[in-house]
Design a protein around this ligand. Structure first.
Ligand code: AMP
Length: 508
């Protein structure tokens, strides 16, 4: 089964139903399907074939969705890219994936043009210069096997190199079916969509969930807390999805609203991508009367676990229970199951689990044991509550800031490419807004001086903004253990102590 064809079949059931509302315009399911066919015809005319990679770097817009499903419909592979990626990052993604086509805007192209000009085989399609649709769009028929790759989603990598998670049509379809059942989606749902479309949360969970259900999606380009509260109430929305940072800002906004909104049709506020604190869980419920439903997933596996649809069965700090078709094990360092209630690494198996990292067979092999994917997340199950799953941390050195993943190595590499930096260590510090914020400790070379501002600017020109350190702490040397390994836990303590003592943060 081809995912795009599945959506087309849904569209055929209620062609006059409104599928998307965006920037004051409305698209019915007939419009949506027709647009996807038009775009697929454009891709065909450009010579894009089954299995070709098509990178899409667009700001949040409906055309992003048309392209994505058009790419899938012809059996090509969609590669969604963050519009904030810097030229150096774009070159890496286009090269690593050997993309045939880069879909972008003229504004983005002007920033990246010189960096990609050596990619002589790469075709470029500008959103503004789409070919006029042919009079009668011909539905393109490419055979797509269930295990064919539908998309490659790049995630931050432990080694500093981003990894492309190759996700199949079967992965996406089985996962969305499981979510539909768990969250009781229907064509009566109205989803308010404020998440980015280049990330699995906004694309494979929120947007796909809506289109698969034949429901309506009100899409905003940016998240504005006041606008969200007003729209949830005035447009009779039933569903909302966000990361904890979004919920924190909705909580902060609530007290400022007069009169307070009454989103009476809302049935689910869903949170994921980062830990929702119990404070956020209870505060949101106390002020709004709604209990947030927390779920757990990742790029490589789609959604793994979710709290129950009935509010009484949702618990703070718990991500609930495995979704249908998802198997979970909790193991120790040797890969043996831990005793129940003990903390270990979460391993996942099921039709939701991705096909491997694009062009990284060794990385793929080391991420699996007999079909079980090693998530790098630490958790435990509560046998007194039906083996309810709790996440407690990460075995991997991952920072999650505002719902986005950052592996320190990538930022350290960029820091150390600055001529004044001898060595660097990047860590996440707790932050009420972002959950964690990226900060860097830097030891400078004796002979060259620099400032925190200069180092941050150095990162900003090479890395997407959410990966850039918010603060720099200069140190004479980094704490190391006897093996010479940097002790980031000690570094974090030193930084916290320094912050509490109100010492100037640049001088620990
Ligand atoms: P991503 O691949 O960007 O979706 O990030 C996946 C990672 O986000 C997971 O491996 C977890 O570490 C984290 N994550 C996702 N959902 C949750 C959650 N509900 N609570 C805590 N961490 C989460």
């Amino acid at each position: 089964m081809n995912l795009a064809r599945l959506i087309s079949e849904t569209a055929a059931k209620s062609p006059d139903k409104i599928a998307i509302i965006f920037a004051g315009k409305t698209w019915t399911y007939r419009d949506f399907d027709r647009q996807v066919q038009d775009y697929a015809n454009t891709l065909d005319r450009l010579g894009i074939k089954k299995g070709d990679r098509v990178a899409v770097q667009l700001p949040k817009c409906v055309e992003f969705l048309f392209f994505h499903f058009a790419i899938l419909s012809i059996g090509a592979i969609s590669l969604p890219l963050n519009p904030d990626y810097r030229p150096q990052e774009i070159v890496y993604f286009l090269t690593d994936s050997s993309s045939s086509l880069f879909v972008t805007t003229s504004e983005h192209l002007s920033k990246v043009r010189s960096a990609i000009q050596h990619l002589s085989e790469l075709k470029i399609l500008l959103k503004e210069e789409l070919l006029p649709p042919i009079s009668e769009a011909v539905p393109l028929k490419y055979s797509t096997g269930d295990d064919d790759i539908a998309m490659i989603c790049y995630t931050s990598g432990t080694t500093g190199r981003c990894k492309g998670a190759a996700i199949s049509h079967r992965n996406l379809i089985t996962n969305i079916r499981a979510l539909h059942k768990a969250w009781e989606w229907s064509d009566r749902d109205i989803l308010l969509h404020v998440l980015p479309l280049f990330h699995v949360h906004g694309l494979n969970v929120a947007a796909l969930g809506c289109l698969y259900a034949g429901a309506t999606m009100i899409m905003f380009e940016k998240f504005e807390p006041r606008q969200v509260w007003e729209t949830l109430a005035s447009k009779n929305c039933t569903l909302f999805m966000g990361v904890p940072t979004i919920y924190q800002r909705l909580i902060n906004e609530w007290g400022k609203l007069e009169p307070q909104p009454e989103p009476t049709k809302m049935r689910l506020f869903i949170s994921g991508s980062a830990p929702l604190s119990d404070q956020q869980f209870y505060q949101f419920e106390n002020i709004t009367g709604f209990r947030i439903l927390e779920r757990y997933g990742m790029t490589e596996t789609g959604m793994n676990a979710s709290n129950h649809i009935t509010p009484e069965h949702r618990k703070a700090k718990s991500v609930g229970f495995p979704l249908e078709g998802v198997e979970i094990r909790i193991v120790d360092r040797d890969g043996n199951d831990v005793a129940i209630t003990e903390v270990g690494e979460i391993w996942i198996r099921g039709a939701n689990v991705f096909q491997g990292y694009w062009g990284m067979p060794e990385k793929t092999t080391e991420s699996f044991t007999e079909g079980w994917f090693h998530t790098g997340d630490l958790g435990f199950q509560d046998p007194n509550d039906g083996n309810r799953l709790y996440l407690v941390g990460r075995a991997k050195e991952l920072i999650i800031t505002g719902g986005f993943n950052v592996y320190p190595k990538e930022i350290e590499n960029v820091m150390e490419s600055h001529e004044a930096v001898k060595e660097s260590a990047v860590i996440g510090l707790p932050d009420t807004d972002f959950g964690e914020k990226v900060v860097a400790a830097i030891a400078l070379k004796d002979e060259i001086s620099t400032t925190a501002e200069e180092l941050i600017a150095h990162c900003k020109s090479r890395l997407v903004p959410y990966k850039c350190p918010k603060q720099i702490f200069f140190v004479s040397e980094l704490p190391r253990n006897a093996m010479g390994k940097i002790q980031k836990n000690i570094l974090a303590q030193q930084i916290n102590t320094s912050l509490q003592g109100n010492s100037p943060y640049e001088n620990l």
